[in-house]
Design a protein around this ligand. Sequence first.
Ligand SMILES: [Zn+2]
Length: 297
Amino acid sequence: MARILTGLILGLALAAPAAAEPNASALFGAKARPSAQQPAAIGSYARGCAAGLVELPETGPTWQAMRLSRNRNWGHPETIAFIRRFSAEATRYGWPGLYIGDISQPRGGPMTSGHSSHQIGLDIDIWMLPPRRLNLSRAEREKISSISVRSQDQRRVNGNYTRAHAAILRAAAMDPAVDRIFVTPPVKIELCKTATRADTPWLQKIRPLYGHDTHFHVRLKCPAGDRHCETQRPTVADLSRGGNGCDETLTWWVTEYLDPPKARPGTKPPPAPKERHPREFTMADLPAQCRSVLAAD
Ligand SMILES: [Zn+2]
């Protein structure tokens, strides 16, 4: 009997070798501390990891990190420097600072829940909720929620969206370290209403995307010298064909995206190719350097 069982187990293991490969999000999610290595963003925003990340202090003069229990307030040193200067900048527009959501896990990498990106210490979620105060307790930071700046029908901004939001988004996009910023499409539509030609360089960095109504997502460029960091293509200039992105690709989000044209009877769209979520990645899916990030002290 034992022999039969062993044979069965062996047979199963041989039949399904992929299942034996450990899941990368479980491995990275289990690391409570960063790697004692030179800071480096490795791979791409949605397929990578990060060495030598540093912690965003949970409270600073112009910010608080939210949802500390998630342990995702870790970033590349350049990310932490950006949050320090940008949150101070936000005070010029009447906010006491910023509530900072997820950055990365201590060693980056894919996560067991939530984001597909945020893997290399260069993505930051920032709450749309203007901070009321910057001395929230840990418990309060687990409990309070951000606000949505989008109407129920998803076609316009709502009364929560203010001039300060617009000024703060513009300030972020003008920071030279910023590659692009994801916002709910109505926010970009609103920014486009007053856009002039002079706004093109920063406005093209503001990218419409589903979700992103309770936070905006700042993505930083690969830091100089991080040779394993993959610059995102297409660039925002390519995506907007040198313009500001206030065009039909933007209106698509409040027309076709919300009201897809009905398929003609008898026609069937081809099935979308099945893409694996980063949650299913194994170490083999990540850059080779990620093994040493995981194994480092
Ligand atoms: Zn995000």
